[in-house]
Design a protein around this ligand. Structure first.
Ligand code: MTE
Ligand code: MO
Length: 333
């Protein structure tokens, strides 16, 4: 779709905003907006929410967006956020290894600048778009979502992103567009898990959605979390988040988005179709062949306090139920 790239000067080191500057600005914004309405106590809790976050430099395309974020656009009510430390050190990102600590250990090797995304297939405006060009037209929103992994653990993560529907509309899908296919970057020299040959995955990691799922307002492309730019281990610089589906649908470090007429073949479905379906809607009533999906371990927990809670249909996002009326969820898991 060839949205114009920002000038290369905008991506120079000198233009990055130190995270500390951003954090103090955010604290100030909350104080100014919330004082009268909420009084001092809740204010303090709110303003300290992100103070523990590790410092990081933000690239210009991200820093430019922070002044106009819609904070708290969607929140899960009373559920506590999973701490930044857990969100960024307990990950699945097989390109960097199969243990939960591997992404945090090795994903700093991922080169995220420059980054471009190919948008192709059944669209009137295909093309290679720079990350700045891709994010530029969109207001960032903070979406605090539950993330439920098919393995039986879950987190609550404050993402920063924008609706996938807004991006797709700009590309102008044609009448042939029935599905969206996403592909992750592959760079063996940067990705220990790809190099190892130990994984069964046939790279690139691929995911897909039906068009109506892709256009649903809950479906976002995330570029940040905890008020900062997305850490590499969480799928920098751009990843999908579909909160009512098992985590493996939320594909990381996207380099290609294709609109298709046919349902794409996705990574986990291709590996083990009897265990991982294309839909992968969170459903406590449909067990994985090797374990129950009735409950989940909400992180953080400990050996002695595992913090087990019941899993909810569609991960509690009841508003998506209409997408599946008439679909047998036991058959299309
Ligand atoms: N490219 C890629 N995307 C991926 C994965 C992966 O291995 N590779 N793992 C998925 C799984 S199983 C989960 S649970 C989530 C985890 O996201 P998080 O580490 O940001 O919590 O990412 C998903 N996206
Ligand atoms: Mo997962």
């Amino acid at each position: 779709m060839l949205i114009k790239s920002p000038p290369t000067s905008a991506e120079r080191e000198s233009d990055v905003t130190p995270e500390a500057v951003y954090l103090s600005r955010r604290r100030f914004m909350i104080a100014a907006g919330g004082l009268a309405a909420m009084g001092a106590l809740p204010l303090r809790a709110e303003s300290q929410r992100y103070v523990d976050v590790e410092p990081a430099a933000a690239p210009a395309w991200f820093a430019d967006k922070l002044a106009e974020v819609r904070w708290g656009a969607i929140t899960p009510g009373e559920e506590a956020l999973t701490p930044f430390k857990d969100v960024t050190h307990y990950n699945n990102f097989y390109e960097f290894g199969t243990s939960k600590g591997d992404p945090a250990r090795y994903a700093d090797k991922l080169e995220v600048e420059p980054w471009a995304v190919m948008i192709d297939g059944a669209v009137a405006k295909p093309g290679l778009v720079s990350l700045g060009g891709l994010v530029g037209p969109h207001q960032l929103e903070e979406r605090i979502y539950r993330l439920r992994c098919v393995e039986g653990w879950s987190m609550v993560i404050p993402w920063l992103g924008f609706p996938l529907s807004a991006l797709l509309k700009l590309a102008e899908p044609t009448g042939q567009a029935k599905y969206v296919r996403f592909e992750t970057k592959v760079a063996a020299e940067q990705m220990a898990g790809v190099r190892s040959g130990f994984s069964l995955i046939d790279w690139p990691y691929v995911e897909g959605l039906r068009m109506d799922e892709a256009m649903h307002p809950l479906t976002i492309l995330a570029v940040g979390l905890y008020g900062r730019v997305l850490p590499n281990q969480n799928g920098a610089p751009l990843r999908l988040v579909v909160p009512w589906k098992y985590g493996f649908k939320s594909i990381k470090s996207i380099v290609r988005i294709s609109l298709l007429e046919e349902q794409p073949r996705t990574t986990w479905e291709g590996l083990a179709p009897d265990e991982y379906g294309f839909y992968a809607n969170v459903n406590p009533g449909v067990d994985h062949p090797r374990w129950s999906q009735a409950n989940e371990r909400r992180l953080p927990g400990s050996l002695f306090r595992p913090n087990v809670i019941p899993t909810r249909l569609f991960n509690g996002y009841d508003e998506v139920a209409a997408l599946y009326s008439g679909l047998d969820l036991r058959r299309y898991y």
